[in-house]
Design a protein around this ligand. Sequence first.
Ligand code: 5GP
Length: 197
Amino acid sequence: MIYWRSSNYAKGVELIVLSGPGGVGKSTVSEYLRKNAEGIWVSVSMTTRAPRDGEIDGIDYYFCSESEFKAKIDEGAFLEWAHFAGNYYGTPRSAVAAEISAGRAVLLEIEISGARQVRAAWDSAYLVFLAPPSFSELERRLLGRGTDTPERAAQRLEIAHEEMAQSHWFDEVLINSSVEEVAARLIALASQPRQIG
Ligand code: 5GP
């Protein structure tokens, strides 16, 4: 029950962006939120990447062809989009707008160039950078599968270094020490009062 709310305050942060380097565990957090946080709607992106084992169209991603994706870019259907590791990824604008106007907080789990586009286009968005407990931990997670060639492994680490250097323009940096703690902070953000203007 709301006892009192100043007209200067909106209900909470309407758009939260969760970003950070590859391998840090963003998708584990967003999966956890999908199952456990009714007040937050986790956006479903469109991608040209092939589905991985167990991924479901419409739940994990909307999987599409490159020509379908490019047509959506031309229509202005994306809030942001990026070409990342050989594939296209984008956030459908209309679903995000519909959820926000229905009063739900929306979370985008996206890579860093997408976060930068949201920063430029959406003033009130709150940007969270998810960081690993240490770089050696990220290295362990990135290289853990051991399936990369030495060149590819070196490239992944270099990209991760560049991504880690971007945290300073985010609103908040969260250390991913536990999925539950990160999720609790995001849930708190989505429900905290926020001053308008
Ligand atoms: P993956 O292929 O491992 O599912 O995702 C690769 C990267 O793309 C991850 O860093 C993920 O956060 C990011 N990503 C997923 N959806 C989007 C999106 O709609 N826009 C952007 N910019 N990045 C996305």
